[in-house]
Design a binder for this molecule. Sequence first.
Ligand code: DX5
Ligand code: ZN
Length: 231
Amino acid sequence: MAVCSVASCIVAPSLLAADWSRVGVEVQRAKQAGAIWLHLDVMDGLFVENISFGPQMVEAVRRVSDLFLDVHLMIQRPDRYLERFIKAGASQITVHVEAEHDGGVEQTLRRIRAAGLRCGLALRPETPLETVLPYFGLIDLLLVMTVVPGFGGQAFLERQTMPTLRAACDRRHAMGLNFDLQVDGGIDARTAVIARENGANVLVCGTSFFGAADAAAAMKALLGQGAGSGA
Ligand code: DX5
Ligand code: ZN
């Protein structure tokens, strides 16, 4: 059972759930709570129902923080925007295998890496793991969506997504690779345990983090360091 130790687990607060009227304050709140990553959910209203923000938000956050900016492109044509997110200060760019890639998924991933960033590949809950296997050797992170992408505050889809996460963890081990395994959607102190037990080591948390009055306590709870955890 590949359970990631608390030490190696990363909580990536999702800006989607922050108070956008005070983005700078919210970013500082995340940093003061111990966050080292910040997850930015970019949505175009085409690949997903919702529209969120673009490269200028990444630029604004980069101006006020040195956090690792984990940009999740839930957009139809990621190739068209890669340069703008790279220039904006992203640390990592994750694209969806289901999106349209002008030169193919491999070329998109190589372009992100060639710019000196980490590259991630994401799949929706209904997408079979086989779709992303050919790219395992090219990625720094695999994002197994644990909700249908588009909106924060949804329920964790355990039955539909944990088998995929577990299989990805096992195949990664069998292939001698060690990219990060990230989950995104419905992650709270309870579901974080389930995700970690199935191999996740990066936990995207929107509502459970920015919705909490005490972000530092939320961070500890998400990492399993809460009261009575013995950690
Ligand atoms: C879905 C988004 C959400 C967000 C986190 O497209 O990607 O998963 O990051 O949402 P919560 O943590 O509020 O479920
Ligand atoms: Zn996301």
